[in-house]
Design a protein around this ligand. Structure first.
Ligand code: PEP
Ligand code: MN
Length: 337
């Protein structure tokens, strides 16, 4: 439920409404706006009687939020959320952000080489996994803490913000120390303890869609992070399970405009894991931008044939640089259209 205050409501009236909400056993989330303050009410298991609030001084109207997710919904917040990664770097505005890098940190030289051409291509953010969720326990699992340290050092050296995955709560605390964005991988989208933990850490979070998660489940997963107190969440579509084995996953691009209608958080797309094939990455990346994606997460490797993971879907340096140019072109077409 949202309690919309009158434009002339005094701070004391806002405070009084919040205290009534709290007295009734709910939580209040005041959200000062340009012209008026709205107070969100959460923590209710059943519908609340709107009449309890509509008669209070300074209240203009009481709006019921019909979606099962509240804090992430457009009903709750009509404007797009801009997620600040660091001063001067935000995600969610009209310019899409291109996040590039290898699937995994393999060595200092591999990471530095990749980060250098990613930065030259105009990217401000670097991705790479230090903790890798692999289907087989016998596959390369990532360099762990040593990988995080390399990411931090390379990010500092080239002025790139770092996005990297945390697979558990202890890992999330380490990632928060060394990186700018904590990625929650597809396999962990419904790890509620982890979602709550990254909600409490307060660092920006990139939340991937689970391989068989519905849109509602995905948005409810994001709700966990916001409910724990962290509004800096970005969503990332990365393909869902389908019957067809031609591609690794089925990249659900209809999720982009749909989620943007339902939710105010930035929506990014990962065409690399979404397709599993290098030749499909650029067309799907551009289609994602055309569909309204506010960013892309793309894997690239200096020598994809030697990559320790996901080489088949990693762009070559030349392909990545070309994609960065084409993304800018598609973004300016989108602005003009
Ligand atoms: C990744 O981006 O490194 C990754 C493992 O992706 P996903 O969780 O989408 O499979
Ligand atoms: Mn990968």
């Amino acid at each position: 439920m949202l309690i919309v205050m009158d434009a002339r409501a005094t701070p004391e009236q806002v405070e009084h409404v919040c205290s009534v909400v709290e007295l009734l056993g709910f939580s209040s989330r005041p959200m000062p706006g340009g012209t008026r303050t709205a107070i969100g009410v959460v923590g209710n298991r059943q519908a609340i009687d709107a009449g309890r609030f509509s008669a209070l001084d300074g209240v203009r109207e009481v709006v019921r939020v019909t979606a099962p997710y509240k804090l992430v919904s457009r009903e709750w917040q009509p404007e797009d959320t801009l997620v600040q990664i660091r001063p001067g770097l935000t995600v969610g505005g009209p310019e899409p952000v291109l996040i590039g890098g290898p699937c995994a940190v393999e060595s200092e030289s591999q990471l530095l080489e990749t980060a250098t051409y990613v930065a030259e291509a105009g990217c401000t953010m670097l991705r790479a996994g230090a903790f890798k969720p692999r289907t087989s326990p016998y596959d390369f699992q990532g360099l762990g803490l040593a990988g995080l340290k390399l990411l931090h050092a390379v990010g500092q050296r080239l002025g790139l913000a770092i996005v990297t995955e945390a697979m558990d709560i202890a890992g999330a605390e380490q990632v928060a120390e060394y990186a700018d964005v904590i990625q929650i991988g597809a396999r962990n989208m419904q790890n509620y303890a982890l979602l709550t933990a990254v909600g409490q850490l307060g660092k920006p979070v990139l939340l991937k869609r689970g391989p068989s998660a519905t849109i509602k489940e995905w948005l409810l997963a994001a709700e966990y992070i916001l409910a724990a107190g962290n509004p800096r969440v970005m969503l990332c579509e990365r393909g869902i399970r389908s019957f067809d084995t031609e591609t690794r996953n089925l990249l659900d691009l209809s999720a982009v405009p749909l989620v943007r209608q339902l939710c105010h958080l930035p929506v990014l797309v990962d065409p690399s894991h979404g397709t599993g094939r290098r030749s499909l990455v650029a067309p799907m990346a551009l289609a994602a931008i055309a569909a309204g994606a506010q960013g892309l997460l793309v894997e690239t490797h200096p020598r994809p044939e030697l990559a320790l993971s996901d080489g088949a879907q990693s762009l070559t340096p030349a392909q990545f640089k070309q994609l960065a140019i084409d993304v800018r072109r598609m973004a300016s077409w989108r602005t003009a259209a």
